[in-house]
Ligand binder design. Structure first.
Ligand code: ADP
Length: 262
């Protein structure tokens, strides 16, 4: 519990720092992109070479913008647009994108729970998060393997949740993403959510994928846990809060189900 507390305090501090930097960077990038756009229009079609330089600069600025977006997501300073979501629809809706991203050697399997509760979250961000996790899973399986995405209703009562998981009691929609890859040792798991922590080659990893996952899940009122076994594989579990309207609907249903005349 102490370790969990220390971890969350660290994430708070790093989040504030990176959030401030990312915010300023975003503003500077807006100036750069805006000026380049104007220059591009001025150039017209005559100067093809100059246009190529401007395009290259715009592309670089676009990559930088993606990075700052991920940092803002980590520091929970990204505006979210939550809506009522059914993960059992969102996940299959991504299958084409996922299969494409996984390549030919990784099989995709989905296990969707019947009667899954709905959750309340930003659709684009959740799709980004699932994609980040799928790409990490693929990178962990260079020889191929299986990626499993599973949904489940989870109700934690007080004792179990507090003692075993550090997830507050409540009703959650669980999205679990598992791979059969290389796994992570405990010392890597401990750092995995840190922004810029990566074990990948320069140019291959930014160390921002899991930071973005962490920030999004926290901002959505959820929790994220990593379970991993070296040489066996990794499961990342995302617990998103159950959409409370479901409870109201269920209550109305049970009242309506009462026998008449009682
Ligand atoms: P990046 O993917 O750019 O390195 P992430 O924040 O997504 O950044 O991941 C941080 C590190 O955590 C990775 O470099 C890798 O060492 C480890 N990691 C993440 N996901 C997995 C996974 N599914 N299996 C094994 N290691 C992983």
């Amino acid at each position: 519990v102490e370790e969990a507390l220390r971890q969350s305090q660290k994430m708070e501090a790093v989040g504030q720092l990176t959030g401030g930097i990312a915010h300023d960077f975003n503003n500077m990038l807006a100036v750069i992109v805006g000026s380049l756009d104007l220059l591009n229009r001025r150039l017209g079609d005559e100067d093809a070479r100059a246009k190529r330089y401007v395009d290259a600069a715009l592309e670089g600025a676009g990559r930088a913008a993606t990075l700052t977006q991920r940092l803002l997501a980590f520091s929970r300073q990204q505006p979210l647009n939550p809506e009522v979501l059914d993960a059992n629809k969102l996940v299959p809706g991504m299958s084409e994108l996922l299969i494409h991203s996984l390549g030919t050697d990784v099989r995709l399997e989905t296990v969707l729970a019947a009667g899954l509760w709905r959750t309340h979250a930003d659709r684009n961000q959740l799709e980004n998060v699932v994609l980040n996790l799928a790409v990490n899973a693929r990178d962990a399986m260079p020889e191929g393997g299986r990626l499993t995405i599973e949904t489940q209703n989870v109700h934690f009562d007080d004792r179990y949740a507090a003692a075993h998981l550090g997830v507050p009691p409540g009703h959650y929609v669980l999205i679990a993403i598992s791979d059969t890859g290389c796994g992570m040792p405990p010392e890597i798991i401990a750092k995995a959510f840190d922004p810029f922590f990566t074990t990948k080659q320069v140019g291959k990893g930014t160390g921002l994928g899991l930071s973005q996952v962490y920030g999004f899940v926290k901002q959505s009122g959820g929790h994220v846990k990593i379970y991993s076994e070296l040489g066996q594989g990794t499961t990342v579990k995302i617990y998103l809060p159950r959409f409370i309207g479901d409870e109201i609907e269920a209550e109305q249903l049970s009242i309506g189900d009462l026998p008449l005349g009682e």
